[in-house]
Design a protein around this ligand. Structure first.
Ligand code: ATP
Length: 587
């Protein structure tokens, strides 16, 4: 399955996915329907009051100013002032309410995106850069917040004002009204023609922001290599390039976003010119009063001012849409590692069995080719083979980090896909080649994902550690369980990280323990200690050891040689050495 987010093309199937994601967006604001309704009412009241203004002014001019009835003029002026104050209040209410909706949507959206990231399989993270994902969680979601907080109700308000004004113009004088509105048609056609282009320019810009973020993340993650190889200039140059690219796409997006404004302004000016020219003619022929012309002009303004505002709002909307596309691509992804109902009629009495398993990474060659083997309970297996031969891949399939392209993996006689992630991780412990620790203490890291001992006190945990023969390992840490650990820091050595990963896996008491190069950075004495711990694991525990060092595989009951898509049983350590030396099966 392809999980590369930057390869989405917006084809039909993806459009359906976007539609689904749009439903998700609506679900996010569903809880806010009361606030939205209130804000909507506030906007309508605001627009209604603003719309009434010109009528009252026109009426006052024609009936009281011309006849010099100052009392009535003053009364209507006070009425107008009252209306404007109420409009101010509703405007403020609307802004406040929508600000809350925007922030809440942002909050929920970020949670939804992050939760989705936690659901996705390893294959997804192989194909996407962390920096780009961070940018989607941080930057793209904020584009939607801005739209909700600042634009949505203005958008509705502007439309309401425009409809009201248009109705008034057409009602008072149909031909003049239609002529005054005609330039808006131009603006509308222009909008239709350019919107997709504007959205695309914004999408390119957001993608380049994601690319820049990925670049920053990569250089921060690898700063030591950069310093050691004196590659600072190289990375500076690379960053300058992506920054330059981002600058260029931002300028283009900015230009695209501003393209509506002059066209909308021009159509507004045309509208006014038309009304003025025809209006003078209508007054000269006594079909229009001065007051009516003034209110007419005001309504033309009331129509075109929101239209001008729409120019900005519309580009904001295109930015939000482009951001939403990037988020919805992520939200609509489904993990391909679903828990399925076990329909295979295949059985095996072994703890784990590969039956005709083939596997290849997306866009890569086949790494394993119709492999079959079985692992018995309580035995120790070693996987050996040349670098890149497929050992880690085999172990990853055993831990179901990926599913086979064809064939089936059976755990305890059942399709491994029929186990829930909890059941599976309970049964299988995996010590990865590159141990990763979370910021916290040794204790936090030992209990990571371990429900059983979560609430144990340090003393109780120390007893469990002693019973599991792990005491000798814990002593390697100055402050024992309370030793501070940092995900990216150097407070613990690589070997110590491997020790924590080892203890973490053993404490979970799994049926199957996979050690992928787990002793590569550990001294010989400690390695012997690990060997003893492994030997003393409960009898039913099956161990799989991936190692390049021969002494670590000496104690294995069976050795598998993995290379060029094949898994071959090596009868003895000597056979394995021969195979390693010749890189192939010996006859
Ligand atoms: N995430 C991945 N995406 C694409 N190809 C991969 C990925 N991981 C491994 N491969 C490819 O699969 C093949 C087997 O890799 P694997 O890591 O299983 O080998 P290995 O035997 O464990 O090697 P080593 O001894 O170096 O750890 C290699 O050709 C590698 O390039």
């Amino acid at each position: 399955m392809n999980y590369d987010l930057n390869q989405f093309t917006g084809q039909k199937a993806e459009k359906n996915a976007t539609y689904k994601a749009l439903q998700k967006l609506l679900a996010l604001i569903k809880d806010d329907h009361r606030t939205l309704t209130l804000a909507f009412i506030a906007v309508l009241v605001n627009s209604g009051l603003t719309l009434l203004g010109p009528t009252i002014i026109g009426y006052t001019i024609d009936n009281y100013v011309v006849t010099k009835q100052f009392d009535s003029v003053l009364r209507n002026a006070s009425l107008l002032l009252g209306m404007y104050v109420v409009a101010l209040g509703t405007g403020y209410t609307q802004t406040r309410l929508m600000g809350g909706v925007g922030q809440r949507t942002l909050f929920k959206l970020r949670n939804a995106v992050f939760t989705k990231l936690q659901e996705l399989p390893v294959a997804f993270f192989n194909q996407n850069k962390a920096g780009d994902l961070i940018s989607r969680v941080n930057n793209d979601t904020d584009k939607l917040n801005l739209f909700f907080a600042q634009s949505l109700m203005q958008f509705i308000g502007s439309i309401a004002m425009m409809i009201g004004s248009a109705l008034f113009l057409l009602f008072v004088d149909l031909p003049l009204g239609a002529a005054a509105l005609a330039p808006a048609l131009l603006a509308w056609l222009f909008t239709l023609a350019t919107s997709a282009w504007v959205k695309q320019k914004n999408a390119i810009n957001l993608k380049s922001v994601g690319g820049m973020s990925a670049e920053i993340q990569e250089s921060l993650n690898n700063f030591k290599v950069i310093v050691a190889f004196n590659r600072r200039d190289y990375f500076r140059k690379r960053f300058a390039e992506v920054n330059q690219q981002n600058y260029q796409t931002a300028v283009k997006a900015g230009l695209a976003n501003n393209i509506f404004m002059p066209v909308y302004s021009f159509s507004a000016q045309l509208g006014q010119l038309i009304v003025l020219s025809f209006g003078i003619y209508l007054i000269a022929t006594n079909r229009f009063s001065i007051g009516l012309l003034i209110s007419f002009l005001s309504y033309v303004n009331n129509f075109y001012n929101p239209l001008r505002q729409l120019a900005t709002l519309w580009s904001g909307f295109q930015v939000a849409l482009a951001g939403w596309d990037r988020i919805s691509q992520l939200l609509s992804l489904q993990t391909n590692l679903q828990t399925i109902h076990d329909t295979s009629n295949k059985t095996s009495s072994a703890l784990l069995a590969f039956q005709n398993v083939s596997f290849g990474y997306p866009n890569g060659r086949e790494v394993l080719h119709t492999i079959s083997f079985e692992l018995e309970r309580g035995k120790t297996y070693a996987l050996v083979g040349p670098t890149g031969g497929g050992k880690t891949t085999t172990a990853s399939l055993i831990a179901r980090l990926y599913d086979p392209t064809s064939g089936v993996v059976l755990l305890d006689g059942r399709d491994i896909r029929s186990y829930t992630p909890q059941e599976r991780t309970q049964k299988i412990g995996f010590i990865l080649q590159e141990p990763f620790l979370f910021t916290g203490t040794v204790r936090d890291n030992l209990l990571y994902g371990n429900e059983q001992y979560q609430h144990y006190s340090n003393e109780q945990l120390a007893t469990v550690i002693r019973d599991a023969n792990l005491k000798g390992l814990l002593e390697r840490f100055d402050d024992g369980l309370d030793t501070k650990v940092q995900a990216s820091g150097e407070a613990v050595s690589l070997g110590q990280k491997q020790l924590i990963a080892f203890m973490r896996a053993v404490l979970r008491n799994p049926d199957l323990l996979i050690l992928d190069e787990a002793t590569a950075n550990i001294d010989t004495v400690t390695e012997q200690l690990l060997g003893e711990i492994l030997t003393n694991l409960p009898e039913r525990t099956t161990r799989i050891v991936i190692a390049h060092r021969l002494n670590t595989i000496e104690s294995a009951d069976e050795i598998f040689f993995i290379n060029t898509g094949e898994v071959t049983r090596a009868g003895s350590l000597q056979d394995a050495v021969e195979m390693l030396l010749h890189g192939k099966r010996i006859s």
